[in-house]
Design a protein around this ligand. Sequence first.
Ligand code: ADP
Length: 191
Amino acid sequence: MRLILIGPPGAGKGTQCQRLAGMLQVPHLSTGEMLRVAVREGTPAGRQASTYMEQGQLVPDSIIVGMVNQRLQSPDCREGCLLDGFPRTLSQAATLDELLERQAMSVDGVIELAVPRDELVRRMLARKREDDDPEIFSRRIVSFEEQTAPLLDYYARQGKLASIDGLGSADEIFARVTLAIERFRARSRRR
Ligand code: ADP
């Protein structure tokens, strides 16, 4: 299964993806994590990306797309993968469709974790990551609302979107996520 998790910063995509990766036995591809590793290792891509990340802005596609494409072609992704943090714009979604098509693959389902803004801020204050400065965090929320939220409509039109309430315990949310995946499976069996 090839699934995408979409949600604002702090929605809990990472936590849910880790659990899902164990359940589905497919790799968890987090572009945020790939970028943080590249920054730590001081690679050319990492050096370019860090200025954008520090400001809560999206890193240019020229950096992201190559990274994701390379990862999608690795053998462990043949049976599927969980995409976390990519695509983040309509243009990245179109690119992803092309990349997958070339390998005769497609996106099976998209899960939105919906969380209200005041809860996101509360969680951010509790977790404290390097790019979690309050001002930068709100810029990432705005970037989500302006650039990423339109993807929900893009996938809804394709009948691929499941929107899930992201409030509650990690266990409760995981139960909702697995239910959505069951529905994706039932749908692909009917095809
Ligand atoms: P969050 O979803 O909590 O904002 P991520 O870990 O997914 O955090 O991403 C951290 C940062 O990495 C983003 O703020 C952005 O600068 C960069 N980034 C991650 N994925 C992408 C992407 N697909 N396109 C552009 N920039 C990205």
